[in-house]
Design a protein around this ligand. Structure first.
Ligand SMILES: [Zn+2]
Length: 307
């Protein structure tokens, strides 16, 4: 489990040979020196809850599965590294659930704007889940997969694909400022200059909610992972999505390049890294032209803001 002081170190989960867990245990962090008081029973309960959700989501529709996953993920991510069990498996489920949901946008949403926003919301979350899964196979707690391991190579390839898809979805969801409507903020005030990070998150989520006809079950859609940079005006929203799209393309391309190199190790150069290797190579080919374009728009955007 993570050191609760967020120093980046991990601590052993308290266990008991006798089967009875004490109410509180004091664990010193070897990295930052903080002595942390933890309740072993509550940690055990969270792990059990995670295992239960994992069993349930395997039998559910993507909509129902996502509702369960988004409830449990923030708590488990605060407590454990993404390589831990059952968090790694839950993140993997979340990733594939969100990809399925993004594919359902064309049938579940009424108009083009709602479809684009819904698809972007799904892929934005999927990109965050994918990066956490990538982190878990490359920097696991105590062990991780070696470069060229087939599982690791496939995970990185999936993440690269999802990030590139997310970039496309962000571009489709970004309405030019004159067309976008101003966010309806309800009771949240943005003019007092005292917003907390939580308020800012609400602004981003409200904006997405108010402009689009989400299914009621998915209203709190963006709560599992950290949301896109907050924005307060249509032009900020537009700029944020454009910049985000450029960043996703850049990171996605790097992941696809890494995945391709590792797939060649995993499945052989002669076979072009197998089926996935060939698909990744094709995708890279297509996206390299877009990377050039994204870099140019980024340059223009930076030039415009610095003038
Ligand atoms: Zn620490």
């Amino acid at each position: 489990m993570w050191c609760a002081k967020r120093c980046g170190a991990t601590l052993p989960i308290p266990t008991s040979d006798s089967g009875t867990l004490p109410d509180k245990v004091r664990i010193p962090c070897k990295s930052c020196g903080a002595v942390l008081e933890v309740a072993p029973a509550s940690i055990r309960d969270q792990v059990q809850k995670g295992k239960l959700v994992l069993e349930m989501v395997l039998k559910q529709t993507p909509e129902a599965a996502w509702i369960q996953l988004r409830e449990i993920l923030p708590t488990l991510l605060r407590l454990f590294p993404s390589s831990s069990y059952p968090l790694h498996a839950l993140l993997n489920e979340a990733l594939h659930t969100l990809i399925s949901l993004s594919h359902s946008a064309s049938t579940s949403q009424k108009d083009d704007e709602s479809r684009a926003a819904f698809e972007f919301a799904c892929l934005d979350e999927a990109a965050r889940a994918a990066l956490l899964v990538v982190a878990s196979v490359q920097a696991g707690n105590g062990y991780c997969f070696a470069p060229g391991n087939p599982f690791r190579a496939n995970v990185i390839a999936t993440a690269g694909m999802v990030l590139v898809d997310c970039a496309h979805a962000a571009e489709r969801a970004a309405s030019p400022p004159h067309e976008a409507c101003k966010p309806t903020l309800g009771t949240t005030s943005v003019d007092e200059g005292e917003d907390t990070a939580e308020d800012e998150c609400k602004i981003a989520i409200c904006n997405l909610k108010d402009r689009n006809d989400f299914q009621p079950a998915l209203r709190e859609f963006t709560t599992a992972f950290r949301p896109l940079a907050p924005f307060r005006t249509p032009s900020e929203e537009y700029k944020a999505k454009q910049q985000y799209a450029s960043q996703c393309v850049t990171v996605g391309t790097q992941l696809l390049q890494q995945a391709h190199a590792e797939l060649l190790i995993a499945f052989g150069k002669r076979d072009g890294g197998g089926q996935v290797g060939k698909a990744v190579s094709q995708r890279l080919h297509e996206v390299l032209a877009e990377v050039e374009l994204a870099a140019k728009s980024m340059e223009q955007l930076t030039g415009a803001t610095s003038r």
